[in-house]
Design a protein around this ligand. Structure first.
Ligand SMILES: Cc1cc2nc3c(=O)[nH]c(=O)nc-3n(C[C@H](O)[C@H](O)[C@H](O)COP(=O)(O)O)c2cc1C
Length: 210
C-alpha cells in the first residue's frame, strides 16, 4: 500500500472520550469533555489529561488540584458533545444535562452518577506543552456500576456500552473481543485429530473377482 506523508500532526486515533468534573474554591462545580486523556502509570496509578488554559475547567482544576473522570455510555453521547462545545462560563452544564452529582470519596469534587465508571484524581504535576498543559494525576479512588462486575469480581468495561472518539466523530465500543492479552504467545491447545478411518484389511476388491 502506498503511504501519504503528513507533517507532524496529531493523528493518534481512536482515543477515549471522557467527561471531567471539577470544583473551584468557592464550591462551584463544572463539567467539560476531554479526548486527550491517557493512562500513564500502574504504581502509583496515574493518568493524564491535557487542558487548554482558556477553559474554565483549567481554572477550577488548578485552584483545587482535583477532578473526576467520568466514562460516558452510548446514551450520553449528546451530553458528552454538549459539555465539549459549551463553556461553564456561559451556562450551568450540570443542570442542563440533568446530571446527578454524587459526592466524591477521596476528593472534594462530585462525580456524575449516570456514568458507569467514575475515577477520582488528585493532580501531582502540571507541564505546559504549548496549546495544552498536561495534568498528571494520581487515581485515588473509583466507582464502577455493579452490573459491570462478574461473579469473580472481574470488571467488564465492554458491558458498559462506552464510546470513543475518532477524528471528530463518536463511535460505540465494539462488544466482541477479537483477542485476549497475551494470546499471540499463549500455548496452543492441542486439538485431538479425528481418528482416521481404518484401512481396509484386504485392499480394494479386484474387478471380476467375487
Ligand atoms: C470530543 C471533544 C474532545 C475535547 N477534548 C478536549 C481536551 O482534551 N482538552 C481540552 O482542553 N478541551 C477539549 N475539548 C474542548 C472543551 O471540552 C470545551 O472547550 C469546553 O467547552 C470547555 O468547557 P469549560 O470552559 O466549561 O471548561 C474537547 C471537546 C470535545 C467536543
Amino acid at each position: 500500500m502506498k503511504k501519504i506523508e503528513f507533517k507532524g500532526s496529531v493523528v493518534l486515533n481512536p482515543v477515549p472520550v471522557v467527561m471531567v468534573t471539577s470544583k473551584n474554591k468557592e464550591g462551584k462545580e463544572n463539567v467539560f469533555t476531554v479526548a486527550w486523556a491517557g493512562t500513564i502509570c500502574t504504581k502509583p496509578p496515574m493518568l493524564s489529561i491535557s487542558i487548554r488554559p482558556e477553559r474554565l475547567s483549567y481554572e477550577y482544576i488548578k485552584e483545587t488540584m482535583e477532578f473526576t473522570i467520568n466514562l460516558p455510555h452510548r446514551k450520553q453521547t449528546w451530553e458528552t458533545d454538549f459539555c465539549g462545545v459549551r463553556s461553564g462560563r456561559k451556562l450551568d452544564k450540570i443542570k442542563e444535562c440533568k446530571f446527578t452529582m454524587e459526592k466524591g470519596k477521596t476528593v472534594d469534587v462530585s462525580y456524575i452518577k449516570e456514568c458507569p465508571v467514575n475515577i477520582e484524581c488528585k493532580v501531582k504535576n502540571i507541564i505546559p506543552l504549548g496549546t495544552h498543559d498536561l495534568f498528571l494525576a494520581e487515581v485515588t479512588g473509583s466507582h464502577i456500576n455493579e452490573n459491570l462486575l462478574d461473579e469473580n469480581g472481574k470488571i467488564h468495561f465492554e458491558w458498559a456500552d462506552l464510546i470513543n472518539y475518532c477524528h471528530g466523530e463518536y463511535y460505540p465500543m465494539a462488544k466482541n473481543s477479537i483477542g485476549k492479552f497475551g494470546y499471540s504467545v499463549a500455548k496452543k491447545i492441542e486439538v485431538e485429530e479425528p481418528k482416521k478411518e481404518k484401512k481396509r484389511k484386504y485392499g480394494k476388491r479386484k474387478k471380476g473377482i467375487k
